[in-house]
Design a binder for this molecule. Structure first.
Ligand SMILES: C[S@@+](CC[C@H](N)C(=O)[O-])C[C@H]1O[C@@H](n2cnc3c(N)ncnc32)[C@H](O)[C@@H]1O
Length: 247
């Protein structure tokens, strides 16, 4: 069982691969898509869940997603077809950093995928290259809610605290026009959903050769979350405009 298969099973009950509930996703999309006829790009789109929700609720919207996971993109393609939005969705199987387009986008999304660019500011720099004048970026990134252990830093990466994260974004020329800090409940629901779904799959498929690997992975990841980073890690989404876009 490879990482992509594990990820697919783990996210079966939480298709947004980030710690946000449905209402938070809806509100952030409303903030990022004020008109409803925008062109949207998602860098590191995974199963395309943000784009699918945007397309399903806005009939004049067009969307493109980029991801290196063929498995996740195949899932996005199937879901788009089920929703009848496939003609307004283009999926690109490639490194997000290599993506080029002949047109620009009104909203560039990148949630939980800043590692693809080497961090928050390089992700914003990449997003900016794709942004139409007056466009918005919706970015989701981790932060330290309290001082992390060395083990947590090694496991999740080196973030800053929330205020410093936002200060860095503002110093880079962006103005937050909306945002959401994942609640304790959203953070917990996400982890329980992921490791619960994987454990359930293992228990439901005892004869599968991958069953014991899946159960061990679920147990290990749940324990790492509870022991190493549950009390220190947070997640923030920001809706951003360029400060220089002022009329
Ligand atoms: C945590 S998931 C988030 C998916 C989606 N944004 C969401 O919130 O549901 C991170 C995604 O980034 C993708 N990814 C990682 N490195 C990438 C890269 N270099 N180029 C494109 N996608 C990448 C992974 O395949 C995965 O689908």
């Amino acid at each position: 069982m490879n990482r992509e298969q594990i990820s697919r099973i783990a996210h079966a009950d939480h298709p947004i691969k980030s710690p946000l509930d449905d209402d938070s996703v809806r509100r952030l999309l409303e903030r990022g898509l004020p008109r409803g006829d925008e062109r949207v790009l998602d860098l590191g789109c995974g199963g395309g869940e943000w784009l699918l929700r945007a397309l399903a609720t806005r009939r004049r919207l067009h969307a493109e997603g980029v991801d290196i996971s063929e498995d996740a993109l195949a899932q996005a393609r199937r879901a788009a077809s089920d929703l009848g939005v496939q003609e307004r969705l283009i999926l690109h199987h490639q490194e997000a950093g290599d993506f080029v387009s002949s047109h620009s986008f009104d909203l560039v999304l990148s949630v939980g995928a800043t590692h693809a660019f080497g961090g928050l500011l390089p992700t914003l720099e990449a997003a900016r290259k794709h942004l139409a004048p007056g466009g918005r970026v919706l970015i989701g990134e981790g932060f330290w809610d309290r001082a992390p252990s060395q083990e947590a830093i090694e496991m999740l990466g080196d973030f800053t605290d929330l205020a410093t994260t936002v200060d860095r974004v503002v110093a880079d020329g962006w103005t937050p026009v909306g945002g959401h800090v994942s609640t304790r409940r959203e953070l917990d629901d996400y982890e329980w959903a992921c490791w619960g779904s994987l454990a359930s799959w293992a228990l439901d498929h005892p004869a599968d050769p991958d069953s014991s690997h899946a159960l061990t992975t679920a147990t290990t990841r749940r324990s790492e979350w509870l022991r190493v980073y549950r009390d220190t890690w947070g997640f923030v989404c920001l809706v951003l405009r360029r400060a220089s876009d002022r009329p």
